[in-house]
Design a binder for this molecule. Structure first.
Ligand code: CIZ
Ligand code: SF4
Length: 366
């Protein structure tokens, strides 16, 4: 690797067409040895090269099923980790740009979660009373924590089923890192707001009283997605004032007020399926990442379906944006020369524990 490999700098001079042609040529050269997975939030120039596209649930299933030697994940770090965990040890999972993280995933780490577990034990026995549930947007060691403590992983597609499972195991849930997904899902299942408390790690006992902890059904981590938090209820009010007949569809990472004002709430897969099958003449206000909404808008305009992005500001996942055609080409041309760059490898013991929590999720959402 390094000096003898294909250098990334070489690609700065290439135009879009040249990049496209060379990515395609490298894909052809690698054939079945390669599979490219592309998340809905990827920019178009990368997305179009994916063999499979989808949300993280769908793509992690693809990663578990493929026999390809190389799994190149056009997404973010935690997704490439899941691909490594769910594939066989001989398969290699690759993230074209290692800077493609997820700011929400970074809001929870193992040390902090273990501290919370420890603090909770001053009030109750967490291993008896609390199911830990981690959103798939989290590091592999947090999934392993859930595996060790009778917990489970969820995505925005299966969060309701996963929470139902979690409550069948134990009376409470510790949900991390996204408070909005936890709250929105819990509320729709009938958990009252006052029984969903937010744990503030900077304060003793999360800033909660012992009674609040004993009465809580869901203890929410204080995390959020900065992209989805930009969507505000006023954006919906303004749009509805102009187009009262419009339908509003949002992602459950949006805040509670936005989800309450929306006609439909669901994952990117759900949004894609719902809006794609909408009737001609219908109008949609969509609250999720910009690349995906722009793609929907372009695809549906000819069918007479109007798609509008929810915020007046640009709300793009800046870390997904790190995966550009230059990095994809760099990754692939190195593979053509049998050089692996940017491998994502989860240590085996951690992977085994994380797999327990992921497999529980696959079973529940089958
Ligand atoms: O689960 C995923 O892939 C994410 C990050 C969002 C969604 O709703 O698909
Ligand atoms: Fe993470 Fe938000 Fe980007 Fe999704 S949109 S990957 S939650 S930062």
């Amino acid at each position: 690797m390094g000096t003898t490999g294909v250098a990334l700098q070489r690609f700065t001079e290439l135009d879009e067409q040249q990049l496209d042609t060379r990515i395609q040529a490298a894909r052809d050269a690698l054939g079945d040895r390669l599979v490219i997975l592309g998340h809905h939030y990827q920019r178009e120039e990368v997305f179009r090269h994916a063999d499979f596209t989808g949300d993280s649930l769908k793509l992690s299933r693809q990663a578990a099923q493929t026999n390809a030697e190389y799994i190149v994940f056009c997404g973010v770090h935690f997704m490439a980790e899941v691909a490594d965990i769910m594939s066989s040890p001989e398969q290699i999972s690759i993230l074209p740009d290692l800077n493609a993280g997820c700011s929400m995933a970074d809001m929870a780490d193992l040390e902090k979660v273990e501290d919370v577990w420890q603090e909770l034990s001053e009030v109750l026995d967490p291993d008896e009373k609390v199911t830990p549930v981690t959103y798939i947007n989290s590091a592999a060691d947090l999934k392993a924590f859930c595996g060790r403590h009778g917990g489970i992983v969820c995505t925005s597609t299966n969060a309701p089923r996963v929470l139902e499972w979690a409550f069948r195991q134990r009376e409470k849930v510790l949900f991390f890192p996204d408070q909005h997904l936890g709250r929105n899902t819990g509320y729709n299942m009938g958990v009252p707001l006052e029984q969903m408390v937010v744990w503030d790690s900077t304060k003793p006992l999360g800033g909660l009283t012992r009674q609040q902890i004993r009465e809580a059904k869901i203890i929410l981590w204080n995390g959020f997605c900065s992209v989805h938090q930009m969507f505000r209820p006023e954006h919906i009010d303004q749009y509805k004032a102009r187009y009262p007949e419009a339908k509003v569809i949002s992602h459950p990472e949006c805040c509670f007020e936005v989800c309450q004002k929306s006609d439909y709430v669901g994952s990117t897969e759900y949004i894609l399926n719902t809006v794609s099958s909408a009737e001609a003449g219908s109008r949609w206000l969509v609250g999720t990442e910009l690349n995906m909404v722009s793609r929907l808008k372009e695809q549906l305009e000819p069918k007479g379906v109007a798609v509008q992005f929810m915020s007046p500001m640009v709300c793009m996942c800046s870390t997904m944006f790190r995966i550009d055609p230059q990095h994809l080409l760099w990754t692939l041309e190195n593979l053509v020369e049998d050089r692996v760059v940017n491998r994502i490898a989860v240590p085996e013991e951690e992977a085994a524990q994380a797999r327990i929590a992921l497999n529980r999720m696959f079973e529940v959402s089958a």
